[in-house]
Design a binder for this molecule. Structure first.
Ligand code: CO
Length: 208
């Protein structure tokens, strides 16, 4: 890829925005009020703003390998805390995607060096749901189900956070689990039941 092309693209993009609204960047530079915190995979085929059809300023975004939210990960926790406590987003979305290379790698018995501790998060999801997953004979379907279960468990991790529980209770902020299907381009809402997950996690994760 010719990187000079990226700068030309950027200049064209700036011009397109200014043609529509001369104050576009002036207005954007003042403040951000995103309503959504989107947490997704770093995969280059899953560009959040494109698949959601949102513009600059509408989504606060965290991407990492396999959209995991370990409660000990300072980056994830900082992004979530800032989005919930300061930006006051109304929705947190965890978006996985079918054919996620990291999810596939996690279920293979391969030593991936420095990636091992990160992929442990997905291997833990497998361990939690191994009865259901091992009962799926078709490998592709098993792998797709692990993508969904990983989204579900990352939603559970998000719901363990005290600030998230507080925002859910006090101002109706919600948590959503989605999967992006790379084959069709469609987003699928897993329709996770936040109320019942909250009830379950608050047996242990109760902060007041
Ligand atoms: Co991925």
């Amino acid at each position: 890829m010719d990187l000079k092309k990226i700068f030309r693209n950027n200049q064209n993009w700036v011009q397109d925005k200014l043609d529509l609204d001369a104050n576009y960047f002036n207005n954007l530079s003042k403040v951000q009020h995103p309503e959504i915190l989107y947490i997704g995979c770093s995969d280059s085929r899953v560009p959040p703003e494109d698949i959601m059809g949102v513009s600059c300023g509408e989504a606060f975004v965290l991407r990492n390998i396999a959209n995991v939210v370990p409660n000990s990960d300072l980056s994830s926790m900082s992004v979530i805390d800032y989005a919930v406590s300061h930006l006051k987003v109304n929705h947190i979305v965890i978006c996985g995607h079918y054919y996620c290379g990291a999810v596939k790698a996690a279920i293979q018995s391969t030593d991936l060096g420095v990636l091992n501790p990160w992929l442990k998060n997905i291997r833990d999801v497998y361990l939690l749901h191994k009865i259901e997953l091992n009962a799926i004979n078709d490998e592709e379907n098993r792998y797709k189900r692990l993508v969904e279960l990983n989204v579900l468990e990352q939603c559970v991790n998000v719901i363990k956070i005290g600030e998230v529980q507080k925002a859910y209770r006090d101002r109706g902020m919600s948590v959503h689990g989605w999967v992006y299907d790379i084959h069709s381009g469609l987003l699928i809402d897993l329709k996770i039941d936040v109320a019942s997950i909250l009830k379950h996690v608050r047996e242990i994760y109760r902060f007041e």
